[in-house]
Design a protein around this ligand. Structure first.
Ligand SMILES: Cc1ncc(COP(=O)(O)O)c(C=O)c1O
Length: 396
């Protein structure tokens, strides 16, 4: 049992270091307020439920209807007997939303990223990736046989350096998150489009935290930054703003998607999305496309919350996204603050090393269109009081 002893020793170590993750069971659906077993009702400030659609009646109804009309599951992968008319329809809807030619659905955005790089590149090619890209991109890139290069986070001079260094590669793929999930910052997409064009490289944006969130109509980081239609391809998720259930996709040129359908392993060897998720996601797109009120409400809520914290000396990373990191520094302190905030009725996660660099532990707040101004103000007050107590206010 040497293996189990090894694992157990490591778990003990994590326990002593205070870095074990804990899972708090919610007694009901995701929302602006949630009920946590043993804790009661708290303000949810740590979910990706950006538009508040995770328990929207129209989406729940669409999912229930899909189960009645199309059943519970397909018991198959897409190319065997796992494609229903609704899978194709959702792919078309996503293509229309992104202004792209074609879309391929995956079980998750993790799968979309995992199934991209290893499929479209060989030893002759290079993948050029931002150092702070999401774990699914890091793992996806690892699976590829191509040359792999990283550039410093959002540093365009460094990207140019890497592009010069990889000139000999046959094809180059530049990969970035649209929104960096621990920072709430945006990739400088206009400059990246220019650099990709200049070097004949293929630019892919994982817009998991931008889709449904940024831009006037929620079309994402590219819309926000004025380069909608100029990104070569996207990966993104159905598991955050667009209903918050499950599923992901890659969307871009038809030839790319045709190729992925033939060769991408997570697509070929893993089950199709269940009908309820397909139709729930379609209902989310319907809501978003009908009017963009939810997107503007999310922006208003975000601005209100950011201002409330900044005005009272809380050290937040500035920005426009609903991801609002509060820099604490010490991991144990961030985790203790998160636990105490929960006791005060506000659910915010603390993140330390290795999720973020050493010494940059933080509380990460995430705002939703579903929050009322009263909830946001109450949460901000609780955070300010706690920051005062822990001596982490800017003027403390
Ligand atoms: C940038 C980014 N990409 C991909 C994912 C994975 O998405 P999914 O839950 O659909 O696998 C996440 C989720 O945290 C993410 O933040």
């Amino acid at each position: 049992m040497s293996l189990l002893n090894t694992l157990s020793a490591e778990l003990d170590q994590m326990g002593k270091a205070g870095t074990l993750k804990r899972e708090l069971p919610l007694r009901g659906p995701q929302g602006a307020m949630v009920e946590i077993e043993g804790k009661g009702e708290v303000i949810m400030l740590t979910s990706n439920n950006y538009l508040g659609l995770a328990n929207h009646p129209a989406i729940v109804e669409a999912a229930e209807k899909a189960e009645r009309d199309f059943g519970y599951g397909l018991a198959s992968v897409r190319f065997i007997c796992g494609t229903q008319t609704i899978h194709r329809r959702l792919e078309e809807r996503i293509s229309e939303f992104f202004g792209t030619e074609e879309t391929i659905l995956y079980g998750s955005c993790w799968n979309a990223n995992e199934g991209l790089f290893q499929t479209i590149t060989t030893e002759d090619d290079a993948i050029v990736s931002d150092e702070l890209n999401h774990a699914s991109i890091i793992d996806g890139v690892r699976l590829a046989k191509s040359r792999k290069e990283r550039y410093k986070n959002r540093d365009m001079a460094d990207l140019r350096r890497v592009m010069e260094a990889t000139r000999d590669s046959r094809n180059r793929v530049i990969m970035t998150d649209g929104v960096f999930s621990m920072e709430g910052s945006l990739a400088p997409l206009p400059e990246m489009v220019a650099i990709a064009r200049e070097h004949g490289a293929f630019l892919v944006v994982d817009d998991s935290h931008g889709t449904g969130v940024l831009g006037k109509t929620g079309r994402g980081t590219a819309e926000e930054l004025g380069v909608f239609g100029k990104i070569d391809a996207y990966t993104s998720t159905l598991g955050k703003a667009l209903g918050g259930s499950h599923g992901g996709f890659t969307t871009g040129p038809r030839v790319l998607v045709d190729y992925l359908r033939q060769k991408s392993r997570p697509y070929l060897f893993s089950n199709t999305l269940p009908p309820a998720v397909v139709m729930g996601s379609m209902a989310a797109l319907d809501l978003l496309e009908k009017d963009s009120t939810l997107v503007s409400r999310l922006r208003e809520n975000t601005t209100r919350f950011r201002r409330a914290l900044a005005a009272r000396g809380v050290n937040i990373r500035e920005g426009i996204t609903p991801i609002v990191p509060i820099l604490i520094g010490d991991t144990a302190k961030a985790i203790a603050m998160s636990a105490e905030l929960l006791d005060r009725g506000v659910y915010v996660s603390g993140f330390g090393f290795p999720v973020v660099p050493q010494g940059q532990a933080r509380l990460r707040c995430q705002i939703s269109a579903a929050h009322t101004t009263e909830q946001l103000d109450r949460a901000a007050n609780a955070i300010v009081q706690l920051a005062e107590k822990y001596g982490v206010l800017a003027d403390a």
